[in-house]
Design a protein around this ligand. Sequence first.
Ligand code: G6P
Length: 440
Amino acid sequence: MKSGIRIAVIGGGSSYTPELISGLLDVDDLAIEQVTLVDIPEGRDKMEIIRTFCQRLIDHSNKKFILQATCNRHQALADADFVLSQFRVGGLNARARDESIPLKYGVIGQETVGAGGFASALRTIPVALELARELEELNPEAWLINFTNPSGMITEALLRYQGIRTIGLCNVPITIERTIAQALHVSPDVISVDFLGLNHLSFARHVYVQGKDITPLVLEFLKNMSQDAVKNSVANIPKETWAPYLLDAVPMIPNPYLQYYWNTDVMLRKQLADIENGKGTRAIQVMAIEAELFKQYQNPQQVTLPELLMQRGGAYYSTVAVMLMESLALNKRREMVVNVKNDQALDVLPADSVVEVPAVIDGRGARAITMEPVPLEVKGLIQQVKAYEQLTIEAAVEGHRGKALAALLTNPLVPSSEIAHKILDDILRENAAYLPQFAS
Ligand code: G6P
């Protein structure tokens, strides 16, 4: 008989999973009965290391739940109340290709934005839809919580093409919130931030402390911040300050991913320098961090999360996952920034597109809160990137080369049709094994 919540983690062999387990061990209200890690057979060995380490975390905690690992996705899906999706099609090798192909043409090479994020979306969307189809067939009442990148596009594809209840998550909004709270020496519980935009393209428009709008104070703080003090970034993005003249012109706190759009030249130079000095793209750096992390996970003396995890970009991902599951399972009403159907939240985007905004969460799900009109200063960029996302989703689903090229042309980080064409050729060729929909 069922005694509590059952969670299936798709991509359970990820080096991030221990953070999730640790988050689940910290939560008081949620009665968790079982967590099932699921991965593909090629990932079985890594998953076993993760399972063993996570079991050690459980053994050293006061909270207990059953932890298991399997390559039998079918059974795990049939059993779950929550399915957490955090897989990466093609692993880090595919990510390394996503990041290096654009750089060959002098274009930003990044995991989730620009041409790199596009390549990842083409590979991932069909697999995410297949997962949702299976879940809908086996267990239509389950919740699908999506972390799989590019999170906004994957969530939109799922909501557009599948019936399963889906909410998309990202760790960046909470990271920004917590960083502001830290800088102001206030508890994160009294802070609330109005975000608007898309995943990895969002802006904190108002920051409130106990209901008082303190945005000007935060902007002043940002303007005076020295390069060394930049903490408002996630670990995977080179740390950069925002120029005071930019914050005067667009008085909002930009998501660190905006560096790729607004400081493209600086970011490109940094990426090219990393290649030149042998550090490699972020995927290559992550491979080295992962190798060390897995060593530490295998050490029987290691009974807490390794420090090294902080060098990964996903800080606080378990915090948002746990908060969301708590609200859904216990009908605990709270406001959270999630990736959700727009409805009326942002006036400049279609109602059925997915946006990253504050939403009311309770047992019924997530409903986007209607925001003030989107400021003209960022309206065009948001609309352009949304058009790129929608073309990418359609290209991925239909295997449509024309739409794929149009998607790249629409992306603000891709400079010309000739370069878009070359990048697309490379992406389709180097990912052929993962893109049967494009085989002619
Ligand atoms: C941030 C993003 C995630 C992304 C991660 C990459 O947290 O929000 O979407 O996957 O960084 O971090 P990594 O350490 O893998 O480069």
